[in-house]
Write a protein that binds this ligand. Structure first.
Ligand code: G3I
Length: 380
């Protein structure tokens, strides 16, 4: 027996690096993100089509090992899930929900009412004129109740309205606002609640550390609550960079939303390492800047010192989330690996960014063990 063991041992040792490269996702020791954060908050990630369909097998492996919550990056937005008034496409959303259920993950639906990636038919008639308020209400109700109803009891929380407030605190002049005024916000939440009374309902936005925007969101939460409309949480997107925002400003918003009586979730976190052409960009999808070489400095890799600065800042944000683990219920990364990130093309097309926790070879960055150590250090 002993001789057999001694005989096999070298073979096992030789095979280990091979197993490590293809199957293991190393972290701090063998502890994964979801293990370390288990009693703190859900650690989530946005799934693109390749992950949902399983085509990205290495990505799915990281997903299943490291994350406890998922959100769909694109496939539940109206232009994809409801491309024509009488046609829904549930192919990818169904696979997305099944993947989450298989892995017992917290599943969030993103997003019901958003001005962007909006189905072209949604707010207009056949001539392209705005529909009447009554028609838009019917369309919103049909859209929300069909989608939320389909996943009733399975999708645990919904980004009901996305990005309705501008950085200056005014309501965005979207088609929904043009036709219905601010009434569209409570209506959307009411329709979602009717379709699944158990589901949590969220308002989700970027740049929420801007004081005017923070105040406007607090006002919105309070006004929904005064009207008796269910709202459970505010989603803070993240999409931060190396300069902005100051951690203290981000913290002020966590505190302000909590004081308004809702949970906070960090819904779309990524930390760009690249220079930003404008500090106000956030995730304003209409923003775009011309490519210049000096704005794409890390095409062939990031110098160690700069990467360390990135790790430190990512660690500082997670320290903040851990400090407020009684208020923050979920932290969701906007993608698994740097290669998947929308930041490679925003706000300038064709750059090489490094905003996520796993590198282009699916390996965890130093920030992963930094986060795990911090989580293990704070207790419950
Ligand atoms: O599907 C097509 C594909 O067929 C084509 O080959 C490719 C060529 O560029 O484009 C693909 O569509 C892109 C899609 O992402 C899927 O990758 C769209 O052009 C692109 O506009 C779209 O961008 C998405 C963006 O929302 C749209 O506004 C990003 O992936 C997605 O990460 C981003 O997510 C939003 C959140 O929903 C809300 N908060 C801000 C956040 C970042 O903008």
């Amino acid at each position: 027996m002993m001789r057999r063991l001694l005989y096999d041992l070298p073979l096992v040792l030789m095979a280990l690096p091979l197993w490590y490269a293809c199957c293991a996702t190393p972290s701090a020791g063998n502890v994964t993100l979801k293990d370390a954060l288990k009693d703190k908050f859900h650690i989530g990630v946005a799934l693109n089509e390749a992950l949902i369909t399983g085509r990205d097998t290495a990505g799915v492996r990281v997903l299943e090992q490291q994350f406890s919550a998922i959100v769909a990056e694109n496939c539940m937005k109206s232009m994809h899930i409801h491309p024509e008034e009488n046609r829904y496409d549930f192919t990818l959303p169904d696979q997305f929900v099944a993947l989450g259920e298989k892995n017992k993950m917290w599943i969030t639906g993103h997003t019901l009412i958003w001005h962007s990636q909006l189905s072209p038919w949604f707010c207009v008639d056949e001539e392209g004129n705005n529909v009447s308020p009554e028609v838009l209400k019917q369309r919103m109700k049909a859209h929300i109740s069909t989608i939320v109803g389909r996943y009733k009891g399975r999708i645990k929380g919904w980004d009901v309205v996305n990005e309705a407030i501008l950085d200056n605190g005014e309501l965005r002049r979207s088609k929904f606002y043009e036709i219905l005024g601010e009434e569209y916000l409570p209506l959307a939440f009411r329709y979602a609640h009717e379709a699944d009374p158990q589901a949590e309902l969220y308002y989700n936005d970027y740049n929420e550390w801007f004081p005017a925007k923070r105040d406007a969101i607090v006002k919105l939460v309070r006004s929904l609550k005064e009207k008796g409309v269910r709202i459970d949480g505010v989603g803070m997107q993240g999409h931060v960079d190396m300069e902005y925002p100051a951690i203290e400003e981000y913290e002020k918003s966590i505190l302000a939303f909590t004081q308004a009586g809702v949970k906070v979730m960090i819904t779309e976190f990524d930390l760009s390492i690249l220079p930003m052409p404008d500090r106000n960009v956030g995730a304003e999808v209409s923003a775009g800047f011309e490519y210049r070489e000096e704005l794409n400095p890390y095409r062939n890799g990031v110098p160690a010192g700069r990467m360390q600065e990135w790790t430190n800042r990512m660690g500082d944000f997670f320290d903040l989330f851990l400090k407020h683990r009684d208020k923050v219920t979920r932290v969701t990364m906007w993608g698994i690996t740097d290669r998947d990130s929308w930041k490679n093309d925003f706000p300038i097309h064709g750059r090489t960014d490094y905003p996520l926790l796993f590198d282009r070879d699916y390996q965890p960055k130093a920030a992963v063990s930094r986060i795990i150590k911090a989580a293990e250090g704070v207790g419950f």
